[in-house]
Write a protein that binds this ligand. Structure first.
Ligand SMILES: NC(=O)c1ccc[n+]([C@@H]2O[C@H](COP(=O)([O-])OP(=O)(O)OC[C@H]3O[C@@H](n4cnc5c(N)ncnc54)[C@H](OP(=O)(O)O)[C@@H]3O)[C@@H](O)[C@H]2O)c1
Length: 245
């Protein structure tokens, strides 16, 4: 259903981003994704997609670097010959610390990776994406379920929710939809790195569907918004949380 369409996915080497790359490729899109350091994982994604007959390219670029988001978009645009889909998935978390003890450079790093990169990739898309395109930005349920200690992370995600809502109104006349997907607790390195396994059992127990999300649970929602069936959904924030938020 995405044959002839092109896509850029940030942070496609692991977790939700990897599941998005694999799903969009299965649907027929030609995909470029970036990663920061996980060379082996990125190669593994490319091998798997190519073995299944899909088209994908991985680029190593750390989105914390000021020019990296534009470099990614330019390289992807040149390689793909035009852009139809942008999924802003890459993000970093920080160790949970009360605001009183949070260093300003933690705030700056989180905002650079999670927010500034999204601003820049969306700005590139606003200038160069083909009409009828799709932009999906990944936030978190933590913007509606605040947790102590994650101020910079939650702020970085709240900002992209607002950016998405505004840009949806700017790009709508060109047939480009802009939406946010906000996952709940999803079983990835990020989640396991930030929480002891007992806490994850508690979260799964609090979730109406009584389990953690899998990366594919979220990727399928993103693929819906990126595909033809998502054409009438615009400026929304879909909470893919199993009912937790
Ligand atoms: N997992 C959850 O429970 C959960 C819940 C709510 C929202 N989310 C959101 O879902 C998205 C994906 O999370 P995840 O759990 O799949 O994370 P993850 O397992 O930590 O994977 C993160 C991906 O982003 C890339 N990345 C991180 N920092 C980067 C940087 N500075 N430059 C370029 N790429 C970078 C990583 O590349 P490398 O492999 O090279 O490091 C990796 O491919 C994030 O936006 C996150 O905030 C996750």
């Amino acid at each position: 259903m995405l044959e002839g369409r092109t896509a850029v996915v940030t942070g496609g080497s692991r977790g939700i981003g990897r599941a998005v790359v694999e799903r969009l490729c299965r649907d027929g899109a030609d995909v470029v994704f970036n990663y920061a350091t996980s060379e082996e994982a990125a190669v593994d994604v490319v091998r798997g997609v190519e073995a299944a007959g899909g088209k994908v390219r991985a680029i190593r670029l750390d989105l914390k670097q000021p020019d990296a988001p534009d470099q990614l978009m330019q390289a992807a645009d040149a390689h793909l010959g035009g852009l139809d889909i942008l999924v802003n998935n890459a993000a970093m978390v920080h160790s949970p610390v009360p605001l009183a003890e949070t260093e300003a450079d933690v705030f700056d790093s989180v905002m650079a990776v999670n927010t500034r990169s999204v601003f820049l990739t969306m700005r590139y898309a606003a200038r160069h994406m083909r009409d009828g395109g799709r932009i999906v930005n990944i936030s978190t349920m933590n913007t509606v379920r605040p947790v102590p200690g994650i101020g910079p992370y939650a702020a970085s995600k709240g900002a992209i929710e607002q950016l998405s809502a505004v840009v949806a109104r700017e790009l709508g006349p060109r047939g480009i939809t802009v939406n946010t997907v906000s996952p709940g607790a999803t079983d990835t390195d990020m989640l396991r790195g930030a929480n002891p396994s007992q806490a994850l059992e508690t979260v799964a127990g609090m979730t109406p569907l009584r389990r953690l999300g899998e990366p594919s649970d979220v990727a399928d929602v993103i693929a819906f918004l990126a595909g033809p069936d998502g054409r009438w959904i615009n400026g929304q924030n879909l909470r893919a949380t199993g009912g937790l938020a």
